[in-house]
Design a protein around this ligand. Sequence first.
Ligand SMILES: Cc1cc2nc3c(=O)[nH]c(=O)nc-3n(C[C@H](O)[C@H](O)[C@H](O)COP(=O)(O)OP(=O)(O)OC[C@H]3O[C@@H](n4cnc5c(N)ncnc54)[C@H](O)[C@@H]3O)c2cc1C
Length: 386
Amino acid sequence: MKRIVIVGAGSAGVMVANRLRRSLDKDKAEIVILDKSDQHIYQPGFTMLPFDLCQVEDIVRPVKDLLYDGIEFINKEVTEINPDKNYVVAGGSDKIDYDYLVIATGAQLLMNEPEGVADRWGKNVFTFYTLDSALELKEKLVKKLGNGIDGGKIVVSIAEMPIKCPAAPLKIMFLIEDYVRKLGIRENFEFTITTPLPQIFARQPYAGALYKIFERRNLKAVENYTPATVGDNYIESFDGRKVEFDYLILIPPHKGVDVVENSGLGKPGTGWVDADIHLLMHKKYKNVFAVGDAGDYPTSKTASGARYMAKVMEKNMKRIIEGKEPIAKYDGHIVCPILTRFGRALFAEFDYEKSISPAVESWVNWVLKVHMLIPLYWNMMLKGLM
Ligand SMILES: Cc1cc2nc3c(=O)[nH]c(=O)nc-3n(C[C@H](O)[C@H](O)[C@H](O)COP(=O)(O)OP(=O)(O)OC[C@H]3O[C@@H](n4cnc5c(N)ncnc54)[C@H](O)[C@@H]3O)c2cc1C
């Protein structure tokens, strides 16, 4: 009997747990999954929540309701991982041995960076990368548009890369801009996005299509821009460029979680697990794997990527337990639906090597993203059925 321990019951952890449970005999493998939270949140909903395109109850469910029978859920934080001795510690004291460890701890947000941001959250500085902050953005900014906030400079700023869903900052800006256009007050606003990258989206042909939207809708982009400080009404980059705002939507820097970094499994300074980009196997510890945002993989950190990784894990873990070499390879495949305005979306789909989907805005993409993906996520994707 082998014990597989999965740390983190977010998108990646639940998909892997359910896929492994379906394909591994219960008398050959025991599956234990741990999370410090007993609630699972569908984070792609954070861009839709401020506009009532979904509600909290659509995107939050108890973890225990998502797991197949035969998976043990422990609702505790993992406080230590010891890859030399094959155990994790839960809640500061419970030692759990493993034969195989799957790290699915996602990313942590550094809410105190850049300098000056910490005491400005919720005043005229917002984010939407957590459930509470997405709700705050809705209450304090979106709901007030045309209703107290009738104009001004709205700046969306990406503090550092990598971030989860690199298109999410674009989506929020596109939707707010379309929202004020529909209210008939668009000309009172200026919209700017800042990005540390040399272009607003890393891949072509999507970047080209997005720049055309920027031009058509008079949106500004400031590239190669890393904010060093946040002031009352401006951000300033390390190279001294100031961008003024009335309302700032900041995406804070991300890194891997501390317990991974402290265990020596993460890349120093980043905490992202140092694993093979195809096999998802740690480069030093061959019984340790990283799925989802936790891995240091050169593709976008998305739930769609987690889904493809879970398929690879399912195939490889079965072989590994049978004493065979892993052969399935993750190719970096992700699908990123970009909401470009109410009623239109563009899907960016690519892998490590190439872009896959055409850069086309369409109503069908909107329907798929806004009306179909949430039920598909809960009923099919998390269960490992697609
Ligand atoms: C605003 C926004 C929009 C997005 N839009 C999209 C989109 O349109 N499409 C898409 O595919 N993806 C999107 N994403 C990205 C997607 O949500 C993530 O890539 C996905 O959730 C990654 O899954 P994960 O399991 O790696 O991490 P998570 O889902 O974040 O789960 C990590 C889990 O680990 C737990 N954990 C962490 N540390 C510990 C510990 N020490 N002990 C116990 N438990 C721990 C956490 O509590 C959490 O439950 C978006 C994300 C955001 C923030």
